[in-house]
Design a protein around this ligand. Structure first.
Ligand code: AP5
Ligand code: ZN
Length: 214
């Protein structure tokens, strides 16, 4: 199954994508993760992307489309994939549709994690990520067993550079309207499932898996 996961920053896309892809045994493709990896490796593309990401702005379409399509061409996507954070606007959605059609593929389901915007700021500023394996935690909602240490690989937990309050506000502003437009786009295609993201992490996973079975 080919899945797109939509939602505002902090709605739980990364958290849920990790669980769903493990359950369905398909690759998790996060353009945010791919861009952060490129920056960590100090590639030209990563350095360019970082100038936008650090301000909470969207990275130019040609960069994200290039990075996403390159990943989608890999053989492990032949039995399905989950896209997290891509597409981000209607231009990317149309480009994705054309690219998949050229590969005789299509998006089967779009899952939209709906969240109350007031809660998002708390979720994002409380987020901590593993500096080694990218596992996501939250200081209150989902703390690690040992303070500041990843449960899985024991590396130190850090705050993402773009999770400072002022940058988060900009990300929410930039993504607000676009996320609504994308939800309408996939609703129009008859493949949208809206999931309420206010419930616990486990309950949201259950609701998404149920929607995918429909
Ligand atoms: P990206 O990495 O995609 O970030 P984002 O979309 O802003 O989303 P987040 O990763 O912040 O949140 P999430 O929804 O994954 O939430 P999470 O599961 O971590 O993009 C980063 C940047 O890259 C963008 O700003 C842009 O510059 C660039 N970019 C990426 N893709 C692009 C594209 N296609 N085009 C252009 N630019 C692009 O959860 C958040 C916190 O809440 C965690 O601490 C978690 O533990 C907690 N939590 C999760 N679920 C629950 C729950 N149910 N209950 C309680 N707590 C919960
Ligand atoms: Zn880890």
């Amino acid at each position: 199954m080919n899945i797109v996961l939509l939602g505002l920053p902090g709605s739980g896309k990364g958290t849920q994508a990790a669980r769903i892809t493990q359950e369905l045994n398909i690759p998790h493709i996060s353009t945010g993760d791919l861009l952060r990896k490129a920056y960590k490796e100090q590639t030209a593309l990563g350095l360019l992307a970082h100038t936008y990401m650090s301000k909470g702005e969207l990275v130019p379409d040609e960069v994200t489309i290039g990075i996403a399509f390159e990943r989608l061409k890999r053989a492990d996507c032949n039995n399905g994939f989950l896209l997290d954070g891509f597409p981000r606007n209607l231009f990317q959605a149309e480009a994705l549709k054309k690219q998949l059609a050229s590969m005789s593929k299509k998006i089967d389901k779009a899952i939209y994690i709906w969240m109350d915007e007031q809660i998002l700021l708390k979720r994002i500023t409380g987020r901590r990520v593993c500096s080694n394996c990218d596992e996501t935690y939250h200081v209150v909602n989902h703390p690690p067993k040992i303070d500041s240490q990843c449960d899985l690989c024991h590396a130190v937990l850090v705050q993402r550079e773009d999770d400072q309050e002022v940058t988060v506000k900009e990300r929410l502003r930039v993504n607000g309207e676009l996320t609504g437009e994308l939800a309408s786009y996939y609703r129009g295609a008859g493949i949208l499932h809206t999931i309420i993201g206010l419930k616990s992490i486990n309950e949201v996973t259950k609701d998404i898996l149920q929607a995918l079975r429909k």
